[in-house]
Design a protein around this ligand. Structure first.
Ligand SMILES: Nc1nc2c(ncn2[C@@H]2O[C@H](COP(=O)(O)OP(=O)(O)OP(=O)(O)O)[C@@H](O)[C@H]2O)c(=O)[nH]1
Ligand SMILES: [Mg+2]
Length: 422
């Protein structure tokens, strides 16, 4: 347990009707008593006079059943600057200090109230912009991912125990089917990890949001289309081909998934140095995008592909829609709902996952790849000592995901992303 008692405003910044102040640490009870006289009954909301600073609802949350696992308190204060400063000053005078970003959740992790995947889910839940992101974060907060990884670790520990028995009692005759069972379990574990790793980055994509790049020849109406989809005037539209130079980004929500739409420069060979740089950037953005929306204004192309979608713009001017393309008019709005529907479908299909919870973070992916590589080593190891060592390293890699082993080095970076007060 940490010796410091920390406090922070947990609600948003600025003037508000009510602001939530949290307090956590060994001196919470004494500080609560000093501030409001009588300590209220545990987990009951009570109205208290806080010296000459405020009259507020107060909750006493004794450890270990609190969020941080420590003795804690919450104050629902009147949300003005003078009140907040007054309570903060009083707490500092009583020996508390302001909390660092994520320090409450860090303590929750260190006190075993949650594993690291759950702590990360707290951050993701706060950061969630859409329903799909929120659902994923909530599932992770419920422990779904930690349970999956701990399940694998448990099975690895059994295998390791077997190998250690072999090392300790080398002369014991093992039934020959044991090696077959070990191999089968190793193969099963590797297969499950491979499937989890090879999920098209669904969970990570949902967490980070998708990128859809809008490309095509100059003047086909790319910028007009981006403006129409974003329902905002993001990009300059003009009849002059080569208007857009920089890649312009705008956030939209499609199918519950946050999507960055990137408007790009019209693709053509050009002697203009600035435009040529724009074309180069357009190609680079298209290359890295989750989906390329190829816009045409004449039916010279056809088809669709997994990573691009053909959109025929300027339908108001007539002309046939190429096979497989979606006909729209950025000018009149014709076909835009259908296009939105198709884009939402793609966004969902790139991020939806059924079955076990998806991998959500690059940090987890790196550790799992390490674990999978160690299991491959364990499969071919011909000595129990070598196999045991590979299993130990695989376990260690898995343990880093949930935070059960050796994660001190990453905690600072991990919790620095959090809000103060969480
Ligand atoms: N009639 C008609 N005109 C359109 C439509 N969409 C765009 N335009 C016009 O086409 C011209 C080019 O539109 P932009 O959106 O600037 O085209 P762009 O593809 O972004 O062009 P660059 O940035 O130069 O590559 C403008 O004059 C638009 O008003 C449409 O659906 N119908
Ligand atoms: Mg443009």
């Amino acid at each position: 347990m940490d010796a410091d008692t920390i406090f922070a405003v947990a609600s948003g910044a600025g003037h508000a009707a009510i602001a939530v102040m949290r307090l956590s640490g060994p001196d919470s009870r004494a500080m609560l008593a000093a501030l409001c006289g009588r300590v209220p009954a545990p987990r009951r909301v009570s109205l208290r006079r806080l010296r000459d600073v405020d009259q507020a609802m107060v909750v006493w949350l004794p450890g270990p059943g609190s969020y941080t696992g420590e003795d804690s308190a919450e104050f629902y204060l009147h949300g003005g600057r003078s009140v907040l400063n007054g309570v903060a000053d009083a707490l500092v005078a009583l020996g508390a200090r302001p909390a660092e970003p994520g320090e409450f959740t860090r303590r929750a992790f260190l006190n075993g109230r949650m594993d690291l995947t759950e702590a990360e889910a707290v951050h993701d839940l706060i950061a969630a912009e859409t329903e799909a992101q929120r659902r994923q974060a909530l599932r992770q907060l419920d422990g779904a991912l930690g349970t999956l990884y701990r399940g694998w670790a448990e099975r690895l520990r059994l295998l390791l125990a077997q190998q250690e028995a072999l090392i300790d009692f080398p002369d014991e005759d093992l039934p020959p089917e044991v090696e077959g069972q070990v191999q089968a379990e190793l193969a099963a574990l590797r297969q499950e990890m491979a499937a989890h790793l090879d999920d098209g980055r669904r969970g990570e994509r949902l967490r980070e949001g998708l990128v859809f790049a809008v490309t095509g020849a100059p003047n086909v109406g790319k910028s007009s289309l981006v403006n129409a989809l974003a329902e905002r005037d993001v990009a300059i539209v003009s009849a002059t081909p080569g208007t857009t130079r920089d890649a312009l980004e705008t956030r939209v929500v499609l199918g519950g998934v946050p999507v960055t739409l990137v408007d790009t420069a019209g693709l053509r060979d050009t002697a203009d140095e600035i435009e040529a740089e724009g074309v180069r950037r357009a190609r680079a953005r298209a290359e890295a995008a989750d989906l390329v929306i190829r816009v045409v204004d004449a039916p010279e192309e056809s088809g669709n592909d997994a990573d691009w979608m053909l959109v025929a713009n300027k339908r108001d001017l007539g002309g046939a829609v190429p096979v497989g393309a979606i006909g729209v008019s950025a000018l009149t709005g014709e076909g835009l709902d259908a296009l939105r529907g198709r884009l939402a479908q793609v966004a969902r299909s790139l991020t939806e996952s059924s079955g076990p919870p998806p991998l959500t973070q690059a940090r987890h992916r790196v550790a799992l790849q390490e674990a999978a590589a160690r299991l491959a080593g364990a499969t071919t190891a011909d000595l129990p000592e070598l196999r045991a060592e590979d299993l130990r390293l695989a376990l260690r890699a898995l343990g880093r995901i949930t935070g059960s082993v050796g994660v001190e080095d990453i905690l600072d970076t991990l919790f620095a992303r959090f809000c103060i007060g969480k």
